[in-house]
Design a protein around this ligand. Sequence first.
Ligand SMILES: [Zn+2]
Ligand SMILES: [Zn+2]
Length: 177
Amino acid sequence: MLLSLADLSLRGGDSYERIYMLESEPVVLGGAEYRVLLPDGVHIKVDRITGGFLVNLDLDARMYGPCARCLGEAVLEVHAEQQEFAPTAKDGWEETEESEFIHDLVVDVDGLAREALILSLPSQVVCGEGCKGLCAVCGKDLNKGPCGCADQKIDERWSRLKGLRLDEGDEPPVKGS
Ligand SMILES: [Zn+2]
Ligand SMILES: [Zn+2]
């Protein structure tokens, strides 16, 4: 979806608002794929200011995919906002200061929405803050109850530690020292 700022014929101080109903590609986070829905669309507000346009985007996304801890179904609500400035004259603006999503006063609404969403994502998606995850030994979903591996794990660590101490004592002296 493209929005041409020049075609809006805004005068200084004018604003333009529109809701774009967009489909979003899935997002990959921590190796897992999350379906993205934008039920209320993407809200764009353009302000004509001195020297250019301020493009404000905000959206509420709902994401569906596996919980990073227990692999069960997780739903995540994300609110994202982003503001970009598009100068009417190129003079005086460095390449790096220009928005990656606005070229020749045409806004790539999909690209900007995706960037805003990705910048607002948490580092991992969980089904709930209290999710206990899966047992690292037997793989049981610990949200459904304990598995009995916990005690065993401690025993294993102890035996490994004992072995280590024995090995250290038996090490031959290093040659030449
Ligand atoms: Zn979970
Ligand atoms: Zn277990």
